[in-house]
Design a protein around this ligand. Structure first.
Ligand code: SF4
Length: 434
Protein backbone atom coordinates (compact mmCIF):
# COMPACT_ATOMS: atom_id res chain seq x y z
CA UNK A 1 0.00 0.00 0.00
CA UNK A 2 1.40 3.43 -0.79
CA UNK A 3 1.40 4.65 2.78
CA UNK A 4 1.98 8.26 3.68
CA UNK A 5 5.58 9.38 3.71
CA UNK A 6 5.25 10.01 7.43
CA UNK A 7 4.01 6.49 8.09
CA UNK A 8 6.65 4.89 5.89
CA UNK A 9 9.26 6.58 8.05
CA UNK A 10 7.84 5.83 11.44
CA UNK A 11 6.54 2.33 10.82
CA UNK A 12 9.68 1.02 9.22
CA UNK A 13 11.82 2.20 12.13
CA UNK A 14 9.29 1.05 14.68
CA UNK A 15 9.54 -2.49 13.40
CA UNK A 16 13.24 -2.72 14.22
CA UNK A 17 13.80 -4.07 17.70
CA UNK A 18 16.88 -2.60 19.23
CA UNK A 19 18.88 -3.08 22.39
CA UNK A 20 19.05 0.68 22.75
CA UNK A 21 15.28 1.00 22.63
CA UNK A 22 15.13 -1.59 25.42
CA UNK A 23 17.60 0.48 27.44
CA UNK A 24 15.46 3.55 26.78
CA UNK A 25 12.41 1.68 28.05
CA UNK A 26 14.36 0.57 31.12
CA UNK A 27 15.12 4.22 31.88
CA UNK A 28 11.48 5.24 31.46
CA UNK A 29 10.35 2.38 33.68
CA UNK A 30 13.08 3.11 36.24
CA UNK A 31 12.38 6.78 36.94
CA UNK A 32 9.59 8.01 39.21
CA UNK A 33 6.82 10.29 37.97
CA UNK A 34 7.92 13.82 37.18
CA UNK A 35 7.03 16.29 39.92
CA UNK A 36 6.52 18.94 37.24
CA UNK A 37 5.71 18.78 33.55
CA UNK A 38 3.50 20.47 30.98
CA UNK A 39 -0.29 20.61 31.09
CA UNK A 40 -2.32 17.43 31.22
CA UNK A 41 -5.52 18.39 29.45
CA UNK A 42 -5.70 18.69 25.67
CA UNK A 43 -6.94 22.00 24.29
CA UNK A 44 -7.17 20.79 20.72
CA UNK A 45 -7.32 17.37 19.16
CA UNK A 46 -7.23 16.52 15.47
CA UNK A 47 -8.53 13.11 14.46
CA UNK A 48 -7.85 11.50 11.10
CA UNK A 49 -10.75 9.35 9.94
CA UNK A 50 -8.52 8.21 7.09
CA UNK A 51 -4.90 8.54 6.02
CA UNK A 52 -5.91 8.36 2.37
CA UNK A 53 -7.23 10.91 -0.03
CA UNK A 54 -8.64 10.61 -3.54
CA UNK A 55 -7.45 14.06 -4.62
CA UNK A 56 -3.76 13.22 -4.92
CA UNK A 57 -2.14 16.65 -4.78
CA UNK A 58 1.44 16.87 -5.96
CA UNK A 59 2.72 18.37 -2.70
CA UNK A 60 0.90 16.06 -0.31
CA UNK A 61 2.52 13.35 1.74
CA UNK A 62 -0.91 11.73 2.24
CA UNK A 63 -2.04 11.63 -1.35
CA UNK A 64 -2.29 7.88 -1.48
CA UNK A 65 -5.26 6.39 -3.32
CA UNK A 66 -7.84 4.46 -1.37
CA UNK A 67 -6.57 0.94 -0.94
CA UNK A 68 -7.75 -2.48 0.20
CA UNK A 69 -5.31 -2.30 3.08
CA UNK A 70 -7.69 -0.02 4.92
CA UNK A 71 -10.16 -2.89 5.16
CA UNK A 72 -7.76 -5.06 7.13
CA UNK A 73 -6.10 -2.42 9.29
CA UNK A 74 -7.71 -1.05 12.44
CA UNK A 75 -9.50 2.19 11.68
CA UNK A 76 -11.06 4.64 14.08
CA UNK A 77 -13.68 5.33 11.40
CA UNK A 78 -14.98 1.76 11.62
CA UNK A 79 -14.79 1.69 15.40
CA UNK A 80 -15.80 5.15 16.62
CA UNK A 81 -16.50 4.18 20.26
CA UNK A 82 -12.90 4.10 21.58
CA UNK A 83 -11.75 7.30 19.89
CA UNK A 84 -14.82 9.24 21.00
CA UNK A 85 -14.52 7.92 24.55
CA UNK A 86 -10.87 8.97 24.77
CA UNK A 87 -11.42 12.37 23.15
CA UNK A 88 -14.39 13.13 25.36
CA UNK A 89 -12.12 12.86 28.40
CA UNK A 90 -9.48 15.26 27.06
CA UNK A 91 -10.91 18.58 28.23
CA UNK A 92 -10.97 20.09 24.73
CA UNK A 93 -11.59 23.61 23.53
CA UNK A 94 -11.59 22.55 19.86
CA UNK A 95 -12.12 19.15 18.17
CA UNK A 96 -11.17 18.77 14.51
CA UNK A 97 -11.79 16.16 11.83
CA UNK A 98 -8.71 16.38 9.68
CA UNK A 99 -6.03 14.49 7.83
CA UNK A 100 -3.79 12.80 7.14
CA UNK A 101 -6.14 12.02 4.31
CA UNK A 102 -9.59 13.33 3.49
CA UNK A 103 -12.06 12.96 6.40
CA UNK A 104 -15.11 12.89 4.14
CA UNK A 105 -14.13 9.55 2.65
CA UNK A 106 -15.66 8.40 5.97
CA UNK A 107 -18.86 10.50 6.07
CA UNK A 108 -20.69 8.39 8.65
CA UNK A 109 -17.81 8.72 11.07
CA UNK A 110 -17.71 12.48 10.51
CA UNK A 111 -21.44 12.76 11.23
CA UNK A 112 -21.20 10.71 14.40
CA UNK A 113 -18.20 12.71 15.54
CA UNK A 114 -19.97 16.02 15.02
CA UNK A 115 -22.95 14.64 16.92
CA UNK A 116 -21.13 13.11 19.90
CA UNK A 117 -17.80 14.81 20.49
CA UNK A 118 -17.77 16.61 23.81
CA UNK A 119 -15.81 18.21 26.60
CA UNK A 120 -17.15 20.58 29.26
CA UNK A 121 -15.45 23.58 27.63
CA UNK A 122 -15.78 22.50 24.00
CA UNK A 123 -16.38 25.59 21.85
CA UNK A 124 -15.52 24.49 18.33
CA UNK A 125 -16.05 21.45 16.15
CA UNK A 126 -14.41 21.67 12.75
CA UNK A 127 -14.28 19.61 9.60
CA UNK A 128 -11.24 20.13 7.40
CA UNK A 129 -11.96 18.97 3.89
CA UNK A 130 -10.68 19.24 0.34
CA UNK A 131 -14.37 19.45 -0.74
CA UNK A 132 -13.72 16.44 -2.95
CA UNK A 133 -17.09 15.10 -1.78
CA UNK A 134 -18.84 18.05 -3.45
CA UNK A 135 -19.01 16.24 -6.78
CA UNK A 136 -22.19 18.02 -7.91
CA UNK A 137 -24.70 20.44 -6.35
CA UNK A 138 -27.09 17.72 -5.15
CA UNK A 139 -24.35 15.63 -3.54
CA UNK A 140 -22.86 18.72 -1.93
CA UNK A 141 -26.19 19.67 -0.39
CA UNK A 142 -26.93 16.13 0.79
CA UNK A 143 -23.56 15.66 2.52
CA UNK A 144 -23.57 19.07 4.15
CA UNK A 145 -27.17 18.75 5.31
CA UNK A 146 -26.37 15.44 6.97
CA UNK A 147 -23.40 16.94 8.77
CA UNK A 148 -25.32 20.00 9.88
CA UNK A 149 -28.24 17.87 11.03
CA UNK A 150 -25.79 15.77 13.09
CA UNK A 151 -24.55 18.98 14.69
CA UNK A 152 -28.04 20.41 15.30
CA UNK A 153 -29.25 17.18 16.87
CA UNK A 154 -26.49 17.05 19.50
CA UNK A 155 -27.85 16.03 22.87
CA UNK A 156 -28.68 19.02 25.11
CA UNK A 157 -26.36 17.41 27.69
CA UNK A 158 -23.36 18.11 25.45
CA UNK A 159 -21.42 21.35 25.09
CA UNK A 160 -22.98 23.89 22.72
CA UNK A 161 -20.08 24.09 20.31
CA UNK A 162 -19.90 25.99 17.01
CA UNK A 163 -19.47 23.96 13.84
CA UNK A 164 -17.19 25.05 10.98
CA UNK A 165 -16.10 23.69 7.66
CA UNK A 166 -12.56 24.56 6.69
CA UNK A 167 -11.88 24.01 3.01
CA UNK A 168 -8.33 23.20 1.98
CA UNK A 169 -7.73 24.66 -1.44
CA UNK A 170 -4.48 25.64 -3.06
CA UNK A 171 -2.81 25.60 -6.47
CA UNK A 172 -2.05 21.87 -6.22
CA UNK A 173 -5.64 20.95 -5.27
CA UNK A 174 -6.94 23.09 -8.11
CA UNK A 175 -4.78 21.22 -10.64
CA UNK A 176 -6.51 18.01 -9.55
CA UNK A 177 -10.17 18.95 -8.99
CA UNK A 178 -10.47 22.62 -9.86
CA UNK A 179 -12.06 25.23 -7.61
CA UNK A 180 -15.67 24.19 -8.32
CA UNK A 181 -16.07 21.75 -5.40
CA UNK A 182 -14.98 24.44 -2.94
CA UNK A 183 -17.37 26.93 -4.58
CA UNK A 184 -20.25 24.44 -4.23
CA UNK A 185 -19.61 24.05 -0.51
CA UNK A 186 -19.44 27.81 0.01
CA UNK A 187 -22.68 28.29 -1.94
CA UNK A 188 -24.63 25.70 0.06
CA UNK A 189 -23.36 27.14 3.35
CA UNK A 190 -24.85 30.46 2.22
CA UNK A 191 -28.38 29.03 2.44
CA UNK A 192 -30.46 30.81 5.07
CA UNK A 193 -30.63 27.63 7.17
CA UNK A 194 -26.86 27.14 7.09
CA UNK A 195 -25.54 30.60 7.91
CA UNK A 196 -24.62 29.65 11.46
CA UNK A 197 -22.09 27.11 10.16
CA UNK A 198 -18.64 28.64 9.95
CA UNK A 199 -16.74 28.43 6.67
CA UNK A 200 -13.24 29.48 5.74
CA UNK A 201 -10.47 28.44 3.38
CA UNK A 202 -6.91 27.44 4.08
CA UNK A 203 -4.46 27.73 1.22
CA UNK A 204 -0.73 27.58 0.53
CA UNK A 205 1.14 30.81 -0.12
CA UNK A 206 2.70 30.71 -3.60
CA UNK A 207 3.83 33.14 -6.26
CA UNK A 208 1.99 33.21 -9.60
CA UNK A 209 -1.05 31.53 -8.10
CA UNK A 210 -4.53 32.63 -9.20
CA UNK A 211 -6.46 29.94 -7.29
CA UNK A 212 -8.16 32.27 -4.82
CA UNK A 213 -8.89 34.84 -7.51
CA UNK A 214 -10.47 32.04 -9.56
CA UNK A 215 -12.57 30.89 -6.62
CA UNK A 216 -13.64 34.43 -5.87
CA UNK A 217 -14.60 35.04 -9.52
CA UNK A 218 -16.58 31.81 -9.66
CA UNK A 219 -18.58 32.96 -6.63
CA UNK A 220 -19.07 36.44 -8.07
CA UNK A 221 -17.11 37.94 -5.20
CA UNK A 222 -14.01 40.03 -4.85
CA UNK A 223 -10.78 39.35 -3.07
CA UNK A 224 -9.27 41.74 -0.54
CA UNK A 225 -5.56 42.49 -0.20
CA UNK A 226 -3.35 39.87 1.38
CA UNK A 227 -2.27 40.91 4.89
CA UNK A 228 -0.52 38.79 7.47
CA UNK A 229 -1.18 35.58 5.52
CA UNK A 230 -4.89 36.38 5.29
CA UNK A 231 -7.38 37.84 2.86
CA UNK A 232 -11.13 37.68 2.37
CA UNK A 233 -13.52 36.81 -0.39
CA UNK A 234 -16.38 39.29 -0.16
CA UNK A 235 -19.48 37.63 -1.59
CA UNK A 236 -22.52 39.25 -3.21
CA UNK A 237 -24.77 37.75 -0.49
CA UNK A 238 -22.96 39.79 2.15
CA UNK A 239 -20.78 37.02 3.56
CA UNK A 240 -17.03 37.27 3.80
CA UNK A 241 -15.04 34.05 3.54
CA UNK A 242 -11.69 34.20 5.27
CA UNK A 243 -8.77 32.74 3.36
CA UNK A 244 -5.58 32.12 5.26
CA UNK A 245 -2.29 30.80 4.01
CA UNK A 246 0.40 28.50 5.25
CA UNK A 247 3.82 27.53 3.97
CA UNK A 248 4.39 24.97 1.25
CA UNK A 249 5.80 21.67 2.49
CA UNK A 250 8.82 20.96 0.31
CA UNK A 251 9.81 17.75 1.99
CA UNK A 252 8.57 14.41 0.86
CA UNK A 253 6.41 14.20 -2.26
CA UNK A 254 7.29 17.75 -3.24
CA UNK A 255 10.91 18.82 -3.52
CA UNK A 256 12.92 21.76 -4.85
CA UNK A 257 13.62 20.05 -8.18
CA UNK A 258 9.92 19.33 -8.89
CA UNK A 259 8.96 22.78 -7.71
CA UNK A 260 11.43 24.40 -10.09
CA UNK A 261 9.56 22.86 -13.04
CA UNK A 262 6.16 24.25 -12.03
CA UNK A 263 4.72 27.63 -13.03
CA UNK A 264 4.29 28.65 -9.39
CA UNK A 265 7.07 29.80 -7.07
CA UNK A 266 7.91 29.72 -3.40
CA UNK A 267 7.90 33.20 -1.86
CA UNK A 268 10.11 33.88 1.13
CA UNK A 269 7.01 34.18 3.30
CA UNK A 270 6.19 30.56 2.47
CA UNK A 271 9.42 29.24 3.88
CA UNK A 272 8.88 27.33 7.11
CA UNK A 273 11.51 29.34 8.99
CA UNK A 274 9.74 32.61 8.09
CA UNK A 275 6.16 31.35 8.43
CA UNK A 276 7.07 29.58 11.68
CA UNK A 277 7.84 32.90 13.37
CA UNK A 278 4.07 33.41 13.67
CA UNK A 279 3.97 30.62 16.19
CA UNK A 280 6.82 31.67 18.47
CA UNK A 281 5.64 32.06 22.06
CA UNK A 282 6.45 34.74 24.63
CA UNK A 283 9.66 32.89 25.54
CA UNK A 284 10.92 32.88 21.95
CA UNK A 285 10.15 29.19 21.51
CA UNK A 286 8.11 27.46 18.87
CA UNK A 287 6.23 24.69 20.62
CA UNK A 288 3.63 23.02 18.37
CA UNK A 289 2.47 20.92 21.34
CA UNK A 290 1.13 24.13 22.93
CA UNK A 291 0.00 26.08 19.85
CA UNK A 292 -3.16 26.40 17.79
CA UNK A 293 -1.96 27.15 14.27
CA UNK A 294 -5.21 28.48 12.77
CA UNK A 295 -5.71 31.92 11.21
CA UNK A 296 -5.40 33.46 14.66
CA UNK A 297 -2.52 31.80 16.45
CA UNK A 298 -3.33 30.79 20.01
CA UNK A 299 -0.89 29.69 22.65
CA UNK A 300 -2.84 27.02 24.43
CA UNK A 301 -3.23 26.41 28.12
CA UNK A 302 -3.40 22.70 27.30
CA UNK A 303 -1.89 20.38 24.72
CA UNK A 304 -2.41 20.12 20.96
CA UNK A 305 -2.99 16.46 20.14
CA UNK A 306 -3.78 14.24 17.23
CA UNK A 307 -5.16 10.78 16.74
CA UNK A 308 -4.44 9.09 13.47
CA UNK A 309 -6.67 6.68 11.61
CA UNK A 310 -5.20 3.58 13.20
CA UNK A 311 -5.83 4.93 16.67
CA UNK A 312 -2.39 6.19 17.66
CA UNK A 313 -2.61 9.13 20.00
CA UNK A 314 0.12 11.75 19.88
CA UNK A 315 0.90 15.16 21.23
CA UNK A 316 1.63 17.35 18.21
CA UNK A 317 5.42 17.30 17.86
CA UNK A 318 5.35 16.52 21.55
CA UNK A 319 6.30 12.88 21.98
CA UNK A 320 8.44 10.19 20.43
CA UNK A 321 6.24 8.83 17.60
CA UNK A 322 7.59 5.34 18.32
CA UNK A 323 6.09 5.51 21.80
CA UNK A 324 2.40 6.33 21.58
CA UNK A 325 -0.77 5.09 23.17
CA UNK A 326 -3.64 3.71 21.13
CA UNK A 327 -7.32 4.40 21.63
CA UNK A 328 -7.91 0.64 21.67
CA UNK A 329 -5.69 0.15 24.70
CA UNK A 330 -6.56 3.11 26.91
CA UNK A 331 -10.06 4.31 27.77
CA UNK A 332 -9.41 7.66 29.34
CA UNK A 333 -7.10 10.55 28.56
CA UNK A 334 -5.54 10.96 32.04
CA UNK A 335 -4.07 7.46 31.71
CA UNK A 336 -2.81 8.24 28.21
CA UNK A 337 -1.15 11.51 29.15
CA UNK A 338 0.48 9.95 32.23
CA UNK A 339 2.01 7.31 29.95
CA UNK A 340 3.30 9.97 27.57
CA UNK A 341 4.75 12.16 30.33
CA UNK A 342 6.68 9.21 31.77
CA UNK A 343 9.10 9.80 28.88
CA UNK A 344 11.71 12.57 29.31
CA UNK A 345 11.44 13.29 25.56
CA UNK A 346 7.75 14.20 25.97
CA UNK A 347 8.47 16.47 28.91
CA UNK A 348 11.24 18.19 26.95
CA UNK A 349 9.25 18.61 23.72
CA UNK A 350 6.18 20.02 25.46
CA UNK A 351 8.39 22.58 27.22
CA UNK A 352 10.65 23.49 24.33
CA UNK A 353 9.52 22.14 20.94
CA UNK A 354 11.35 20.10 18.31
CA UNK A 355 13.81 22.80 17.19
CA UNK A 356 15.21 22.81 20.72
CA UNK A 357 15.39 19.01 20.68
CA UNK A 358 17.40 19.24 17.45
CA UNK A 359 19.83 21.61 19.15
CA UNK A 360 20.02 19.37 22.23
CA UNK A 361 21.13 16.29 20.32
CA UNK A 362 23.19 18.01 17.64
CA UNK A 363 26.45 17.78 19.59
CA UNK A 364 26.39 14.00 19.08
CA UNK A 365 24.31 14.07 15.88
CA UNK A 366 25.28 17.20 13.92
CA UNK A 367 22.95 16.17 11.08
CA UNK A 368 19.98 16.82 13.42
CA UNK A 369 20.69 20.55 13.24
CA UNK A 370 20.84 20.36 9.45
CA UNK A 371 17.54 18.49 9.27
CA UNK A 372 15.90 21.07 11.52
CA UNK A 373 17.25 23.97 9.47
CA UNK A 374 16.56 22.50 6.03
CA UNK A 375 13.07 21.07 6.32
CA UNK A 376 10.40 23.34 4.88
CA UNK A 377 7.68 21.98 7.11
CA UNK A 378 6.68 22.86 10.62
CA UNK A 379 5.58 19.38 11.58
CA UNK A 380 7.04 15.88 11.45
CA UNK A 381 10.39 17.28 12.56
CA UNK A 382 10.23 15.10 15.67
CA UNK A 383 9.91 12.02 13.45
CA UNK A 384 12.86 13.15 11.38
CA UNK A 385 14.98 13.74 14.48
CA UNK A 386 14.18 10.52 16.32
CA UNK A 387 14.66 8.09 13.45
CA UNK A 388 17.21 5.81 15.09
CA UNK A 389 17.47 4.07 18.49
CA UNK A 390 20.77 5.88 19.07
CA UNK A 391 19.13 9.29 18.68
CA UNK A 392 16.12 8.29 20.77
CA UNK A 393 18.24 7.09 23.67
CA UNK A 394 20.60 10.03 23.43
CA UNK A 395 17.68 12.50 23.45
CA UNK A 396 16.20 10.68 26.44
CA UNK A 397 19.40 10.86 28.46
CA UNK A 398 20.16 14.49 27.62
CA UNK A 399 16.63 15.57 28.50
CA UNK A 400 16.61 13.46 31.65
CA UNK A 401 19.88 14.94 32.91
CA UNK A 402 18.51 18.45 32.42
CA UNK A 403 15.35 17.53 34.29
CA UNK A 404 17.33 15.99 37.15
CA UNK A 405 19.33 19.24 37.42
CA UNK A 406 16.05 21.13 37.57
CA UNK A 407 14.87 18.88 40.40
CA UNK A 408 11.83 17.58 38.51
CA UNK A 409 12.76 13.91 38.56
CA UNK A 410 15.42 11.58 39.92
CA UNK A 411 17.30 8.68 38.40
CA UNK A 412 19.43 5.90 39.83
CA UNK A 413 23.05 6.83 38.87
CA UNK A 414 23.90 3.23 38.01
CA UNK A 415 20.95 3.03 35.61
CA UNK A 416 22.02 6.23 33.92
CA UNK A 417 25.64 5.12 33.68
CA UNK A 418 24.59 1.82 32.09
CA UNK A 419 22.54 3.68 29.50
CA UNK A 420 25.41 6.01 28.60
CA UNK A 421 27.70 3.00 28.33
CA UNK A 422 25.24 1.27 26.00
CA UNK A 423 25.39 4.30 23.70
CA UNK A 424 29.19 4.40 23.85
CA UNK A 425 29.31 0.68 23.00
CA UNK A 426 27.33 1.44 19.85
CA UNK A 427 29.97 3.97 18.84
CA UNK A 428 27.86 7.06 19.49
CA UNK A 429 30.22 10.00 20.08
CA UNK A 430 29.51 11.44 23.54
CA UNK A 431 30.87 14.98 23.60
CA UNK A 432 32.14 16.10 26.99
CA UNK A 433 32.02 12.59 28.46
CA UNK A 434 35.63 11.60 27.88
S1 SF4 B 1 -6.67 17.27 -0.73
FE1 SF4 B 1 -5.35 17.48 1.08
S2 SF4 B 1 -5.09 15.36 1.84
FE2 SF4 B 1 -5.88 15.26 -0.29
S3 SF4 B 1 -4.07 15.01 -1.55
FE3 SF4 B 1 -4.58 17.22 -1.47
S4 SF4 B 1 -3.34 18.02 0.25
FE4 SF4 B 1 -3.40 15.79 0.43
Amino acid sequence: MPDSVFKQTTHSSAQQTSELDLVRQEIIDGIPRYSEHGPTHASTCYVWPSSECPVGCGHCNYASPLSLDRLTRYSVARDPGPVLRLMNSMGLWKAVLSGGGEPMVEPEFCERFVNEIDSPGLEEIELITSAHFAADPAETRLRLERLVEAWRSRSPDLARAHFSVRISLDWFHAQRIGVEPAARVIRVLGDPGMRDVGCYVRSVLLDNDSTMADLSAMLGGHLTELRDYQQEIVLPDGRTILVYYKNLIVDGRMNERKLSRLPIGLPTASRADVFGKRFVDGNGRQVPARTYNGPQVRHLDGLACLIDDDGRVRILEGNDPHRCVNVRDIDHWPEAVAYLYADPITVYLVDNGPQALAALISDAFPEAATVAADTNQLYHLTELLLTTPERRLYATLRALELHVEEGRVTVEPKLLARAWQALADEGVPLPGRG
